[in-house]
Design a protein around this ligand. Structure first.
Ligand code: HEM
Length: 403
């Protein structure tokens, strides 16, 4: 499907062409139908100003109980996605967010920085300088997996399972999901839940055994206004934190290398001027946002620049389109590692703004800076494969040769 006639675009039936390169279709929608109705009555928004307004509007809610019930029935996936804070609203959202926020205080993040540096050094030491490297498994996923595992106390022998779990659980959120992917998602929630149950039980009995950077004890024992997480909330929010914390950051790393390979001038610029790494990471987040599409439900009529959305409408927000909106970004399709200002929406805005944004930025900056200064000449060495998902953008495989 090429969606040349933009009126026929349907987010519920996108295909591989769209997943490979969604930007031409998104640009057409932005120009011709910024308030686009899908056949199921939901709307698909593409303008920066509209998407920003949606995220800042408290009448646009995140609760997805009804859609999750319809999509997943009574299943582990429904239980997970309706209990995690991201698909809930105040007051439950506020309590869980405050409890998790204890894991991201400046003190905790300062504790993380030297850990990130030593993990990146170790990963780079492991890379075979002249041999073939599969960048996603050999580099991109290793740092986020190790960091989030340290935070939640996941022992080394279980870490190899995490990416599969994440992709299965998050992949079930795609607009189109075949039955085998639903089955895999349900299995992943169950298996992951059993593993976390054991870890929580162990930490309850041995709170003093928490390692550096670990925050599991804060989630188990933490209280906000006398309320702590019950066992179901604790497990489902830990699963969410694990997924949110490593899959998107893995994609940030793999998208970074994809962009470096596509834009050798920017690669040289960064290798010669590593001090621009902060703006480079923001630009990578803007042009290839790891989370491409968000959702909200309108509970009141909402007026936007592109028209009015009526109460009861399900809203898809194209973060990917917003981040390339020419009304907000000069030459939006060009990659410029020195771009400022760069108020992209990769972490959105409003009450659900990404809680791990600072950590993701720390990981991205340290990893990218060390990678390009140590290896100023990386080349593609085979066929790159994108993740087969519309909502999440990253690479499944990125074979390269490092000199
Ligand atoms: C480049 C990496 C990342 C990107 C692009 C990203 C993006 C996002 C986005 C767009 C949301 C909002 C979803 C919505 O409400 O519709 C979000 C929420 C969230 N993210 Fe991230 N994220 C990243 C890394 C992380 C990391 C490393 C962590 C934790 C270790 C994390 C934890 C969270 C949490 C807990 C929420 C839920 C916040 C809430 O509902 O109040 N994220 N993230």
């Amino acid at each position: 499907m090429n969606f040349h006639d933009i009126k026929s675009f349907d987010i519920n039936s996108i295909d591989g062409n769209f997943i490979d390169n969604p930007y031409p279709v998104l640009e057409n929608l932005q120009n011709q139908q910024p308030l686009h109705y899908n056949p199921d009555g939901s709307v698909f928004l593409t303008r920066y100003a509209d998407i920003r307004s949606v995220y800042q509007d408290r009448s646009m809610i995140s609760d997805k109980t009804e859609t999750m019930q319809e999509k997943f029935g009574d299943s582990p996936l429904r239980e997970h996605h309706t209990t995690s804070l991201v698909f809930n609203d105040p007051p439950y959202h506020t309590i869980v967010r405050k409890l998790l926020a204890g894991a991201f205080t400046p003190r905790k993040l300062a504790e993380m920085t030297p850990l990130v540096e030593s993990i990146v050094d170790r990963i780079l030491d492991d890379i075979d300088h002249n041999g073939p490297v599969e960048f996603v498994s050999d580099f991109a996923m290793r740092l986020p997996t190790e960091i989030i595992s340290l935070m939640l106390g996941i022992p080394e022998q279980h870490r190899h399972l995490l990416r599969g779990y994440s992709l299965s659980i998050l992949g079930a959120l795609d607009p189109v999901v075949p039955q085998e992917r639903l089955d895999a998602g349900n299995r992943a929630v169950e298996e992951f839940g059993v593993l976390l149950d054991e870890l929580v039980e162990h930490r309850r009995k041995n709170p003093e055994a928490a390692g550096p950077g670990e925050v599991l004890d804060a989630l188990i024992f933490g209280e906000v206004d006398g309320r702590s997480l019950n066992p179901r909330e604790l497990i489902q929010n830990c699963i969410f934190l694990l997924n949110a914390g490593h899959e998107t950051t893995t994609s940030l790393m793999s998208n970074a290398l994809g962009i470096l390979l596509d834009c050798p001038d920017q690669y040289r610029l960064l290798a010669q001027n590593p001090e621009i790494v902060d703006t480079a990471v923001e630009e990578i987040l803007r042009v290839e946002s790891p989370l491409q599409i968000g959702n909200r439900l309108a509970t009141e009529d909402v007026k936007l620049s592109c028209g009015t959305i009526t109460a009861g409408t399900y809203v898809h927000t194209s973060i990917a389109a917003a981040n390339r909106d020419p009304d907000q970004f000069h030459t939006p399709h060009a990659v410029d590692f020195t771009r400022t200002p760069n108020k992209h929406l990769a972490f959105i805005t409003g009450i659900h703004v990404c809680l791990g944004a600072t950590l993701a930025r720390i990981e991205g900056r340290i990893a990218l800076q060390k990678l390009v200064t140590r290896f100023p000449n990386i080349q593609i060495d085979g066929k790159a494969e994108r993740l087969p998902l519309a909502r999440f953008r990253g690479f499944h495989k990125l074979p390269v040769r490092i000199h």
